[in-house]
Write a protein that binds this ligand. Structure first.
Ligand SMILES: *Cc1c(COP(=O)(O)O)cnc(C)c1O
Length: 451
């Protein structure tokens, strides 16, 4: 029950504050209970009453205040945004947007589902068999596949299986100094690996590592050779690195596995990103285990993909920690639908035809000029893969150029539009925005331009 209004003199306005039970009985409030839960509703009611008691609003405003607050309350605080940056796998904006097929699969998997149940026999089934099949179909070179929570989980699970506390005397993982990478938010792959038990045996230099460096490093305590794709930088100039094929030969001659972390997860070569490694090529060249993220260029949900030789993938899957990193039904469903489905949004965005992008941007600029009489120009603007893929590779495109102040104002919209700024202008890149949003985009921008 609500606190009663404090005792007050005859015409104290606080006596007119609506009672909790009266507010809770309102039809809209009843409906909101279904949507956001009774506890949240009661809290909003209390807050409005408190504001009236404190004199911040009139007692007559309490009801309106409650209704407005209910309208704006959601059980998930995530705000869907339009990505107008031209950065396709934008880490801060949730990396890969899911395809409609993946969304459908997510919804189907959200309830009770046969994720680990054999409908024919009525007995327990093997978890995620169809996702495993989809991965193997997408990468026929792989003998076995396992999906875990994310790329970092895949790497740590592999590292600890091969060279962690349970691995006996062999505790060293050999890695080139040119591949000791840090990705967003201070996340260093070497620190992650070492935290699971192995010791990193650094070889070569930042710019040049030779096969002889690896040969010299191998010994009694070597557990594996690791090659990591430097996802977010390139080493240019006087450089050399050892290929997967050469490393595989060396590893196998010494009875060791070769692990390759390709980062972004392309299954097959992408002409627009010629330097981006692929799962298939790494395996063809002899890697025993390859790993990648599911929500970079694969374009699916956050996931870690582990593919490779049966013996090694099975060993990784049997490690006790595999259970702590296992993929949930939602991940499995969305991943299967992405890998087995049509081209996902990230690859669509990558392949956007620059001429079509220009025409679309010009149409938008024309519509804005007609509505606002403001100069809205179309300027060249390179897109990026982002999120640790296609480092330094510009993807030619176009953007709408607006006054700089709009960048902040667009972020403040109910459906925020995230633009970039350059040389004192706000740039809207349509590459990552579905075309059906264009009308809404014009209205939103026009309203701000007219202010
Ligand atoms: C992104 C990345 C990871 C980490 O993957 P998450 O899915 O973000 O956990 C690991 N290795 C490389 C090379 C990467 O690019």
């Amino acid at each position: 029950m609500s606190r009663t209004a404090p005792p007050a003199a005859g015409d104290d306005p606080r006596r007119r504050i609506p009672r909790t039970d009266a507010l809770l009985a309102l039809e809209e409030v009843e409906r909101a209970k279904q949507r956001i839960g009774e506890e949240n509703v009661r809290e909003l009611v209390r807050e409005a009453q408190d504001r009236a008691r404190a004199g911040e609003i009139a007692p007559e405003e309490v009801e309106g205040e409650v209704l407005a607050a209910l309208e704006n309350t959601r059980v998930s605080a995530f705000t869907p945004v339009l990505n107008a940056t031209g950065v396709i796998v934008h880490t801060n904006l949730g990396r890969a947007p899911l395809s409609p097929q993946a969304l459908e699969a997510l919804e189907a998997a959200a309830g009770y589902v046969d994720v680990e149940f054999d409908l024919e026999t009525g007995l327990r089934g093997k978890r995620g068999v169809s996702t495993r099949e989809a991965l193997l179909k997408a990468c026929p070179t792989a003998e076995e596949a396992l999906a875990v929570n994310n790329g970092a989980a895949a790497l740590s699970l592999i590292a600890t299986t091969l060279a962690g506390p349970g691995a006996g005397e062999r505790r060293e993982i050999v890695l080139s100094r040119g591949e000791m990478i840090e990705i967003g938010a201070g996340f260093r792959l070497t620190e992650l690996i070492e935290s699971t038990g192995p010791v990193i045996c650094e070889v070569g230099t930042t710019n040049r590592t030779h096969i002889a460096d690896y040969e010299k490093a191998l010994g009694e305590s070597t557990a594996a050779i690791l090659k990591i794709h430097a996802s977010n930088y390139v080493i240019k100039g006087f450089t050399s690195a050892v290929s997967v094929a050469e490393l595989a030969e060396l590893a196998h001659a010494n009875g060791l596995p070769l692990v390759v972390d390709i980062g972004s997860g392309l299954f097959s070569p992408e002409p627009l990103l010629p330097d981006e490694p692929t799962l298939t090529e790494a395996l063809e060249q002899g890697a025993d285990l390859v790993l990648a993220s599911g929500d970079k260029l694969v374009g699916g949900p956050q996931a870690g993909l582990i593919l490779g030789k049966k013996e090694w993938v099975e060993r990784v899957a049997r490690h006790p920690l595999a259970r702590a990193m296992r993929a949930d039904k939602l991940l499995l469903a969305a991943l299967e639908a992405t890998v087995g489905g049509p081209t996902p949004p990230v690859l669509e965005a990558l392949h956007t035809n620059p001429d079509a992008l220009k025409a679309r941007t010009e149409a938008l600029a024309g519509a804005l000029r007609a509505r606002t009489h403001e100069p809205c120009e179309v300027v060249p603007h390179d897109g990026r893969v982002g999120g640790g893929g296609g480092a330094e590779v510009p993807i030619p495109g176009w953007a709408l150029q607006l006054p700089e102040r709009l960048a902040t104002e667009l972020r403040g919209l109910e459906r925020p539009i995230i633009a970039t700024t350059r040389d004192g202008a706000c740039l809207i890149d349509l590459r990552c925005i579905p075309e059906f949003e264009d009308d809404e985009l014009v209205s939103a921008i026009a309203a701000l331009l007219k202010r």
